[in-house]
Design a protein around this ligand. Structure first.
Ligand SMILES: *Cc1c(COP(=O)(O)O)cnc(C)c1O
Length: 452
């Protein structure tokens, strides 16, 4: 290490010249180089020049890979929270880019020429699709829940909720913590697996501000379980004059059975018909739109929420409104095949097989053992945890590298392709790959095996 310690730190300019051209802004590259050289200076142990340039290149590569970019999802998880949940329908993308690039009538009434209502058209459409008196929208379902809880516990701080529904949804989102962080007091009723209408009735009192039901979205409790139906709870709420809200989470606008899924997901329409005063659900789960939190129900209560000071802080921007408006149009027109999430759900092994055969033909000349295997896809995104969807996957074994190495090369490609390794092979599930991406996947595999 003696020789190493005598080497000088190279000049920034010399390192910059030696680096391959990066698509990152030069100032960003410069910052990485300076920081790296500063670390070497502190450590006092200077590797040779090629090594320095190599590790800076790697660091720049990792930085570029962390940039938001489209990927191809071969995991078989349809609503992958890490992959941005629902891809948008072409009509939604068009609406979004048209509105993004231009001034627009966000809060301007073109008929009268004066200030207009933000999201008026969308609220009307959402109410229609939910068969509700009124609807509105905020940034996401968590925000919708915070708004509902905060507003209805202003005078009476208690939220009555079943112990079985104090769930954690994804990383760091615990229903119980959300409620109490906003000054509400939890009044837990029943047991994890059993809650009766009498438990609810006994918990209601002068301090009760809200009865909340949270759909158990990402897990299920089997066996000895029971909970009163929405209609019974709604009746009790009405009798005791307490608002009753249901967080539906995934927000299936159409009966899931119509998509070939056996597990039933409660729809906003049926939950409101059962007598719930308000429902909320995500825009980017089974609704298939952008990230948003949709609230629908009694006009009086929706108006109260919209008048709350917090509503202003949670409102959606024009891009989200444009994309959601176009997505809801598709729901209202019954053109759900245009909504990527619903198209992926509607696939069957039979519908996927011709594409699988085409893949095998396209990959035949590569140094690769490829075949089609029956796989199981999932809905993901905290929806329908029991539903496993029969699917078809490409099983790939490269002659020259391990499945993990192949997976890594595909992740480094452009666009990156992400699959999963099982039974000693890389798998790409065809259900979550859009048919228009098939050519890109074949090209990605060619490239990944070219430098084998
Ligand atoms: C997913 C989910 C949420 C959170 O929705 P976001 O739109 O991600 O904020 C809240 N409640 C339930 C029941 C969910 O399934």
């Amino acid at each position: 290490m003696k020789a190493a310690s005598r080497r000088a730190i190279p000049a920034v300019g010399k390192v910059l010249d030696a680096l391959a051209v990066s698509e990152l802004p030069r100032s960003l590259v410069l910052k990485v180089v300076r920081r790296h050289l500063a670390t070497l200076r502190k450590a006092g142990d200077v590797p040779d020049f090629e090594q320095i340039v190599g590790s800076i290149s790697d660091e720049l590569g990792r930085l570029a890979a962390s940039r938001l970019q489209p990927i191809i999802n071969g995991t078989g998880i349809i609503l992958h929270t890490n992959f941005g949940r629902a891809p948008l329908a072409p009509a939604a993308v068009e609406a979004l880019s048209a509105i993004a690039a231009s001034y627009n009538n966000l809060e301007f009434d073109l008929v009268s020429g004066v200030r207009g209502k933000r999201a008026g058209f969308l609220e009307n459409s959402l109410a229609l699709v939910c068969a509700a008196e009124a609807a509105t929208v905020v940034n996401n379902c968590a925000a919708a829940l915070v708004l509902i809880v905060q507003r209805f516990t202003r005078k009476n701080p208690e939220v009555v909720i079943s112990r079985g529904e104090l769930v954690q949804i994804g990383g760091g989102f615990r229903i119980g913590e959300i409620l109490t962080a906003n000054g509400a007091r939890l009044r837990e009723v029943g047991a994890t697996n059993q809650t009766t209408i009498d438990d609810y009735a006994a918990a209601l009192g002068p301090e009760t501000g809200l009865i909340l039901r949270v759909h158990q979205s990402n897990f299920f409790i089997g066996g000895f379980t029971s909970a009163p139906p929405d209609a019974e709870l709604a009746q009790l709420a009405r009798r005791r004059r307490v608002p009753f809200a249901v967080d539906l989470g995934s927000g299936a606008l159409h009966p899931t059975e119509s998509l070939g899924i056996r597990e039933h997901e409660p729809t906003p329409v049926e939950t409101l018909r059962s007598g719930a005063d308000l429902v909320c659900f995500s825009g980017d789960k089974l609704c298939g739109g952008p990230q948003a939190g949709i609230i629908a129900g009694k006009a009086r209560l929706v108006a109260v929420l919209k008048a709350a000071p917090l509503f202003r802080a949670l409102r959606c921007d024009k891009l989200v409104l444009a994309a959601l408006e176009a997505t809801v149009d598709l729901h209202l027109r019954g053109e759900t095949a245009q909504i990527p999430i619903l198209a992926r759900l509607a696939e069957t092994r039979e519908s996927l097989r011709p594409r699988g055969d085409e893949y095998l033909a396209q990959l035949a000349d590569l140094p690769l053992a490829a075949r089609l295997v029956e796989s199981k896809a999932e809905i993901g995104g905290g929806a329908l945890p029991r539903s496993v969807l029969p699917s078809l996957a490409l099983e790939l074994k490269a002659r020259s590298c391990s499945p993990n190495e192949l997976a890594q090369r595909l992740r480094h490609g452009r666009p990156p392709v992400v699959g999963y390794v099982a039974n000693g092979a890389l798998h790409l599930d065809l259900r979550t790959i859009s048919p228009r991406q098939d050519g890109l996947v074949v090209t990605a595999l060619r490239r990944a095996l070219a430098h084998a």
